[in-house]
Design a protein around this ligand. Structure first.
Ligand SMILES: [Zn+2]
Length: 122
């Protein structure tokens, strides 16, 4: 944590397992040994998420009739993904995301499944 840039790789065990569990990476055997790659859909989405430029239209619109899901205040919010967030909470989430990627977007009761029989996307 001190230098802020390098972490022991085992810190990301849960994240890496999630990539496999959700079928977001694929394993290829090469002459140099196994190689892992993001699946096409994950690569495309990563490009979209990290693309510099104007934010998505939905994130530009200001909503006055939704409470912020994090602080519950009735303040102007923006829609980020499927969450209405005020600017302060969005900034907090963005900082937290840089420090440690949150394992969100999947139900916790499926986390123990070692060998998923179905893929998350059809
Ligand atoms: Zn808030």
């Amino acid at each position: 944590m001190e230098n802020g840039h390098s972490y022991p790789i085992d810190r990301f065990d849960a994240l890496l397992r999630d990539l496999v569990t959700w079928g977001l990476v694929r394993r290829k055997d090469t002459e140099n040994g196994p190689s892992w790659q993001l699946v096409d859909a994950a690569e495309r989405r990563l490009e979209e998420l990290l693309r510099p430029g104007p934010p998505l239209v939905a994130e530009v619109v200001i909503y006055l009739d939704h409470r912020c899901v994090d602080c519950r205040r009735r303040v102007p919010t923006h829609l980020h993904g499927d969450a209405y967030l005020c600017d302060a909470c969005w900034a907090l989430r963005s900082e937290a995301a840089v420090e440690l990627p949150p394992p969100e977007a999947h139900p916790s009761r499926r986390r123990r499944s070692r060998f998923p029989r179905e893929q998350p996307t059809g």
